[in-house]
Write a protein that binds this ligand. Structure first.
Ligand SMILES: [Zn+2]
Length: 201
């Protein structure tokens, strides 16, 4: 009789313990799941923040190169400037050539003897200066055309970022950001890009 009661009690307590354990387990599982969820939410938020920062940075630094369409437009502009410069050089050449002989005017040519010597020499010096500038510009335009073909046109030599379109439209031979041109220091954007380039190496 006592034995029966005892076994019943044991049975009862075993069931109770098992129930209690099961309840504890499910509580623990719930807690673990909640923790996991919390951790993954934190991780997701961190990733989102990092992605946002990266996107912000990418937006700040801008695209890595000009599109084929944009390069085509730059090429047209360079070719236009090239033609203009060649025409200017032709005009300059004509102005320092003797119209009757087709030869360059020199100190002992009859043409120049009839001119007022001083003014004539000064004018010619100016013309030669313009011509040499024009030739230099022509070379720079040719180099720019090579960069268009290489698809590197518009990249700053210092920071590798794209030189803003407005600057290239005004100075199609530009090879650096205007800040570098004026100060010999990269622009704020360029400084970030240069630092990032160092981290990648
Ligand atoms: Zn730059």
């Amino acid at each position: 009789m006592a034995k029966k009661t005892a076994s019943k009690t044991i049975k009862k307590s075993t069931v109770a313990i098992m129930k209690e354990r099961a309840a504890n387990r499910s509580k623990q599982i719930k807690k673990a799941k909640a923790n996991l969820k919390k951790a993954s939410a934190v991780r997701a938020a961190a990733l989102k923040k990092a992605a946002l920062k990266k996107a912000e940075l990418a937006k700040l630094l801008g695209p890595k190169s000009y599109s084929a369409d944009e390069l085509k437009k730059f090429k047209a502009l360079i070719l236009e400037k090239r033609l203009e410069t060649m025409e200017e050089l032709d005009t300059l050449r004509e102005s320092i050539m003797d119209v009757t002989t087709g030869e360059y005017v020199s100190e002992n040519s009859t043409y120049s003897l009839h001119m007022e010597q001083g003014t004539d020499a000064m004018e010619r010096e100016k013309t030669f200066l313009f011509a040499s500038r024009g030739n230099k510009f022509l070379n720079q335009l040719d180099d720019a055309l090579v960069r268009v073909d290489n698809k590197t046109y518009g990249k700053c030599r210092i920071c590798d970022l794209l030189i803003p379109k407005d600057r290239l439209l005004a100075v199609p031979t530009a090879q650096t950001c205007v800040e570098y041109k004026n100060t010999n220091l990269p622009c704020p954007r360029g400084k970030i890009a240069v630092e990032m380039k160092g981290e990648d190496d």
